[in-house]
Design a protein around this ligand. Structure first.
Ligand SMILES: Cc1cc2nc3c(=O)[nH]c(=O)nc-3n(C[C@H](O)[C@H](O)[C@H](O)COP(=O)(O)OP(=O)(O)OC[C@H]3O[C@@H](n4cnc5c(N)ncnc54)[C@H](O)[C@@H]3O)c2cc1C
Length: 370
């Protein structure tokens, strides 16, 4: 059934949903002030990491992340073809390394958990780690090799999604939604009222600011701040420092370095509960740089191009919410916390099933906000 759908939010979730809905024959408009240029999606690192993101006690989330990861190769191919743009999807694996003996012990616990879940991960000693990644510090205590954790250039991804939407005929409205009412009706901050047949709220941490939603059927979303840095390629066009993502435990702190094809690096990220606050703090930048150079000393020579902070949309159980909310014809897709880039293709397919009134798989049914 073709309907007129308004998607509220221009991050990776809103854009992926809009593209998928338009591929399903809907007449789609994105309502967002800066589609593809703001939100957590803009600052993110772009890791597609179901295994290295597996946390103790979150096996259901890990199953979701693995399903999200399986969607990526076909999604990347289809998006590059539809947009005519490269998105830097890279299936080279991830290496997680430990700096001291205590970090090594923590990694061994994590490896045992990964194996208990049947995930593919291999213990490597320090020499093997340096064979895989020559730029690593000689003083590391070994690591875990995870071939199935990949990455994409999140900013190239957003640009390609905007272009694919444009090519597919999706309309863009630069408004900000103030309230939602039955109808459905979207009331914008500039006073206009829009009346689509169906709406998808993919506003990330902006969801709680939208009036008119029933708290019983609306996900509880909170901002979780993350500082992140972007470093330039080695000076003089020399060999890139890294060719695969390196994650590290440095005296108990987590850090990651994600290489881009041009030799630049994304270094992240802090995890902070500070409400709606995207100021960049010197202490956080200092900490990220110290931890990054402890495992990859060559970081010292790179240009610091950008320091930013973004707000991950977190839910009480770190699991996204995808499904109908209390207003007829209005669905939500948010709460993707640390994995919104990874889960975008899966979320978009689920939202298209939902709005097309097709059954959604049990994995998605379990994410219904109510
Ligand atoms: C530092 C950092 C690193 C990360 N690294 C990764 C990673 O490596 N891999 C990964 O998978 N995930 C990562 N994430 C998480 C990922 O970025 C998020 O889960 C994802 O971007 C959420 O996408 P979203 O579209 O829901 O929200 P956002 O990207 O925040 O987009 C929300 C959109 O809604 C719009 N909006 C808000 N309110 C309104 C309104 N009232 N009306 C209209 N529009 C509105 C905003 O303008 C914006 O366009 C990271 C996050 C951070 C902060």
């Amino acid at each position: 059934m073709t309907t007129q759908v308004h998607v509220v939010g221009g991050g990776v979730i809103g854009l992926a949903c809009a593209w998928e809905l338009s591929r399903n024959g809907h007449d789609v408009t994105i309502v967002a002030p800066a589609p593809g240029r703001d939100g957590a999606s803009w600052v993110a690192a772009g890791m597609l990491a179901p295994v290295t993101e597996a946390q103790f006690g979150e096996s259901a989330l890990t199953a979701l992340l693995l399903e999200g990861s399986r969607r990526w190769p076909a999604f990347a191919t289809a998006l590059e073809s539809a947009s005519g743009q490269r998105i830097g999807y890279d299936a080279t694996g991830t290496l997680t390394v430990a700096l001291d003996a205590s970090d090594r012990a923590s990694l061994d616990d994590l490896l045992a958990y990964q194996h208990a879940l049947g995930l593919e991960a291999t213990r490597r000693n320090a020499t093997e780690c340096r064979q895989l990644v020559p730029a690593l510090s000689p003083s590391l205590r070994g690591g875990i090799d995870v071939p199935g954790d990949h990455q994409v250039d999140n900013r190239a991804l957003l640009g390609a999604l905007v272009e694919a939407c444009r090519v597919a005929g999706v309309a863009f409205d630069a408004g900000t939604v103030h309230a939602v009412a039955s109808g459905p009706e979207l009331v914008l901050t500039d006073g206009r009222c829009l009346h689509p047949d169906q709406a998808v709220l993919a506003a990330g941490v902006g969801l709680p600011d939208i009036a008119g939603l029933d708290p019983m059927t609306t996900p509880e979303v909170r901002p979780v701040k993350g500082h992140i840095l972007r470093l330039g390629p080695p000076p003089g066009g020399t060999t890139p420092l890294l060719r695969r993502t390196v994650r590290g435990l440095v005296h108990g702190h987590s850090v990651y370095l994600v290489p881009r094809r041009d030799g630049s690096l994304v270094v992240g990220a802090t995890v902070e509960e500070r409400g709606v606050d995207t100021t960049v703090q010197a202490g956080a930048v200092h900490e990220l740089l110290c931890d990054a150079r402890a495992i990859v000393p060559g970081v010292d020579e790179l240009e610091l191009r950008e320091a930013a902070a973004g707000l991950r949309p977190g839910t009480p159980d770190n699991t996204p919410r995808i499904g109908w909310c209390g207003i007829e014809g209005v669905a939500v897709a948010t709460g993707h916390y640390r994995n919104g880039i990874l889960l975008a293709p899966l979320t978009a397919a689920a939202v298209a099933d939902l709005l097309g009134r097709r059954p959604v798989p049990p994995l998605i049914e379990a994410l219904a906000p109510a």
